[in-house]
Structures are given as structure tokens and as C-alpha cells.
Design a protein around this ligand. Structure first.
Ligand code: FES
Length: 258
């Protein structure tokens, strides 16, 4: 939640736009064409039918309909690249909630975006360990290099940046994420190269996880609970994360019985 609040406070970066979405509206940063379509008066019948089908499947997994709000917000984000006004209305309608209830949840969590993000949403961890290992420097240089600030997208809609709090990968600090896939042990130079490669359309592989990155919309669909069958691809743990396990095995240590 703190990142959401931070978004309202950061000064606008030169060449970009005002950062307070509450004051400036969701169209403050140049969105992709698809994102714009959803803002201007709801979903087309085809899109709505498709979303309804997915939403009904998700809702059927929960004993109480309203419990499906979080995945449904990811679902509409997978359509628009952010939680649009049309998306909020769709969620309210599908779940029998007021729009105020939907907005209250959508604005609480930082993973729900209030304006269109880029195809590749790049997060730089600036929490304590990453910060002192170089995360703050990475953020400063990357933000200047790309020309956008926190939760802002480049005008071509390819990349957006976010200052992230701890990603639970402190043993690989400083860490970055792209569409929630890990890029470990970064430097300012590697971070800038990564974003340049993404903007140039080059294939980029996360340090862990699947070999190829999906888009922000595709990642949002997975978070909605509609898997892309890539969850088991690539290593999920490596390097420093496994050192303690090796020591335990070498010494015959075991966790106490429950
Ligand atoms: S502080 Fe960056 S991953 Fe924990």
C-alpha cells in the first residue's frame, strides 16, 4: 500500500506527466490503444462476453461470490492493462457489489494500477537490503534513463516503472522484477540494458522462472487464476537461497517434528 501512496507524492519526472492519478485521471500517461478503448464507454459485446465467461469460472471457485473480487480485478487488468472504470463497473456488476466497494479494494493494493502500465512493467526493489546494495542507485539511474517515474509508462506503452518494496528475494539483492519475474543481482548498467532490450523487442530471460517473459496483461491473467501452464518452468530457487539447505544436509540437521 505504501507504494500507492508514494505514487501520489513523487514529483513528476521531466518529459513525463503529473503523478497524482486521483487528481489527473487515469489517462494521464499515454495508454495503449486497447486501454483507451475500454475507458471510453465500457466493453464491446465481444469483450464483455469473453470476460463474463472467465469471470463466471473464477467466481464458481469461491463459496461467497464477493470473495472473487481480487482475481476479477486482475482479470479486468489483463484486458485493459490497468483497472479501468469499465473494469470496476464490470466487477461490481458480476459480484453484486457497489462500485465504491470495488474502488475501495482496487485502490488499496499496489498491484492494481490506476492507469495503463507498459507491456513490460519493471519494478526496482528499494526496500532496505536492496537499497543499501544498490537498489536506490539503480532506481535513480533507470528512471532518468527511461524518462519516467513511479507507476508511469513510456509514451510508446512498452515499459513502465515502479518502486517496489521487498520482493522476498533479499539473498539476490539488488533485485528487479519484470511482470513479476525475477532479475537477480542487478546493477545500474544491467538494469538499463534490460530495459533497452525490452523496448527494442529483444528476447529477455528472467534469472529464475520461465525462459521468456509474458506481457503485463498476460501476467495479470495468470494472477486472475487462469494459468498459462508456465508456473513450473525454470528454477524457482537457486544460489544463495539454497546455501542453508546444503549446510543442513551436510550436518544431518532436520526440522523438529510438528
Ligand atoms: S529488500 Fe529487496 S528483495 Fe528484500
Amino acid at each position: 500500500m505504501s507504494a500507492e501512496k508514494n505514487a501520489a507524492n513523487f514529483a513528476s519526472h521531466e518529459g513525463s506527466v503529473t503523478l497524482n492519478p486521483a487528481e489527473e485521471g487515469v489517462a494521464a500517461v499515454s495508454p495503449g490503444e486497447e486501454g483507451r478503448a475500454a475507458v471510453a464507454g465500457g466493453y464491446s459485446p465481444e469483450v464483455r462476453a469473453r470476460l463474463e465467461q472467465d469471470a463466471k469460472e473464477i467466481i464458481s471457485r469461491y463459496p461467497r461470490t464477493r470473495s472473487a473480487l481480487l482475481p476479477l480485478l486482475h482479470l479486468v487488468q489483463s484486458e485493459d492493462g490497468y483497472v479501468s472504470d469499465a473494469g470496476q463497473e464490470f466487477c461490481a456488476e458480476m459480484l453484486g457489489l457497489t462500485k465504491a466497494e470495488v474502488v475501495g479494494v482496487a485502490t488499496f493494493y499496489t498491484m492494481y494500477k490506476r492507469r495503463p502500465m507498459g507491456d513490460y512493467h519493471v519494478g526496482v526493489c528499494i526496500n532496505t537490503l536492496c537499497a543499501i546494495m544498490g537498489g536506490d542507485q539503480i532506481w535513480d539511474e533507470l528512471s532518468e534513463h527511461v524518462g519516467v517515474g513511479h507507476d508511469e509508462a513510456t509514451p510508446d506503452g512498452k515499459v513502465s516503472l515502479e518502486r517496489l518494496e521487498c520482493n522476498a528475494a533479499c539473498d539476490f539483492a539488488p533485485v528487479m522484477m519484470v511482470n513479476w519475474e525475477f532479475f537477480d543481482n542487478q546493477t545500474p548498467a544491467s538494469a538499463k540494458q534490460l530495459v533497452d532490450d525490452l523496448r527494442d523487442g529483444k528476447d529477455v530471460s528472467p534469472t529464475r522462472g520461465p525462459k521468456k517473459l509474458c506481457t503485463f496483461k498476460e501476467a495479470s491473467r495468470v494472477l486472475a487464476g487462469l494459468p498459462d501452464e508456465l508456473a513450473g518452468d525454470g528454477p524457482s530457487a537457486a544460489g544463495a537461497s539454497l546455501e542453508g539447505l546444503k549446510v543442513a544436509k551436510a550436518n544431518g540437521w532436520k526440522a523438529p517434528e510438528a
